[in-house]
Write a protein that binds this ligand. Sequence first.
Ligand SMILES: N[C@@H](CCC(=O)N[C@@H](CS)C(=O)NCC(=O)O)C(=O)O
Length: 212
Amino acid sequence: MMKLYDFLPCPFGQKVRIVLAEKGLSYEFVQIDLAAGDQRKPDFLRLNPFGRVPVLVDEDITVYDSTIIAEYLEDEYPEPPLLPAIGSSALRARARTWEDFADTSFTPQVGQLMGEMAKPESDRDAARLQRYHRSIEQVLNFLNHELQKQEFLAIQFSVADIAFVPRVLVLRDLGIEPGHNRPSVEAWMRRLLDRPSIQSLEGVTIEPLAGI
Ligand SMILES: N[C@@H](CCC(=O)N[C@@H](CS)C(=O)NCC(=O)O)C(=O)O
């Protein structure tokens, strides 16, 4: 059976867990407690020398980085597909572009907002908060614009949507209403929340993770 080395609150692990659930794959979950420093222990560093979760072990194959894990799962377990069909190169590129944008620009930005919001109110930096809010709102406005024409970011449900889920789900608790004045985002979120893979997602929390 596959093993997923992960930390429940990690948004990148959550992304992989949605992919596994969508594909109906069973796996053993191995908790790497980042708060306790498990990621720096030799046994884990042998799996991933970068000391990061998630890591997937499938028989003799070890894969790390959520995007690479999602691609590996797509190659090995293609049904149901979570990328547009082979041959639809433009659409596949579009899905990957959104996934990359979510991972590198959206998820970390929301993580920074979480970090600021975790401080006592009197210690929060108002200018920083405003900057994070503005940039997250900008992304949501852009998503709203894109989703006017289609139900999902790459037409069909894909890793592009999945990559946004972990951090979109916490926005309301951080004082940002994703669907406010953004009807296409509102409808997209309803569609996402209809999916059992997302309803059953564990570890969604506004507790900040260091460095994310
Ligand atoms: N690009 C990586 C990022 C993974 C990542 O940043 N994981 C964080 C937890 S969410 C981690 O393991 N951090 C290790 C640490 O904080 O020491 C991916 O997509 O999997």
